[in-house]
Design a protein around this ligand. Structure first.
Ligand SMILES: [Ca+2]
Ligand SMILES: [Ca+2]
Ligand SMILES: [Ca+2]
Length: 182
């Protein structure tokens, strides 16, 4: 069972994924993110990197749709999304795999300078492809950068992700991973 705080956080997460803001996560939301990443990195439509990126995102969408789109209408609404996470969070192995995969993808896609960590600008790019403001990104980044050295390591991201998904402490920093839950 998801707690009220978890529901709040996952609802915020839903709004982030629902890029076109129509109340439903669907293929076109993923396509829009791919297009934003393509433009961010200046990739050609037919470049191998763009194709790989697109394939990766579409694969993720398919996986989400299969598990979460319970009524088979081609989209994942908020109830289906919360149900999906309730299921993932109640299965330790599945949860661990999901969080590790999300974290690795985040670094893989946005670590421009290849140091294996995310700097503030790289983190802003991540927020940007979901249509979120860079002022918010910088604010959140400062919270995520636990030791204040200007970069967020994979370990810090994982810790924040765990707090985001699992913590029931309203003061946990990771609650803000995808912006304010208010
Ligand atoms: Ca949508
Ligand atoms: Ca549905
Ligand atoms: Ca980096």
């Amino acid at each position: 069972m998801l707690s009220d705080l978890q529901k709040k956080k996952l609802t915020r997460y839903f709004r982030v994924y629902d890029v076109d803001d129509d109340g439903c996560i669907a293929l076109q939301d993923f396509e829009r993110v791919v297009e934003n990443v393509r433009m961010l990195h200046g990739l050609g439509e037919n470049s191998p990197r763009h194709r790989a990126l697109k394939e990766g995102y579409l694969h993720r969408w398919e996986a989400l749709r299969k598990s979460a789109d319970v009524d088979h209408d081609g989209g994942v609404d908020l109830d289906e999304w919360l149900g999906y996470w309730d299921e993932v969070l109640s299965d330790e192995a599945r949860y661990e795999a999901e969080v590790a995969a999300v974290t690795d993808r985040l670094i893989d896609i946005f670590d421009d300078d290849g140091d294996g960590m995310l700097g503030a600008d790289e983190f802003c790019n991540f927020y940007g492809v979901y249509g979120l403001k860079s002022t918010l990104a910088r604010q959140v980044f400062m919270d995520l950068d636990l030791d204040g050295d200007g970069v967020v390591t994979r370990g810090e991201l994982l810790e924040m992700a765990h707090q985001f998904y699992r913590s029931d402490d309203p003061a946990a920093r990771g609650n803000q991973l995808f912006g304010p839950t208010g």
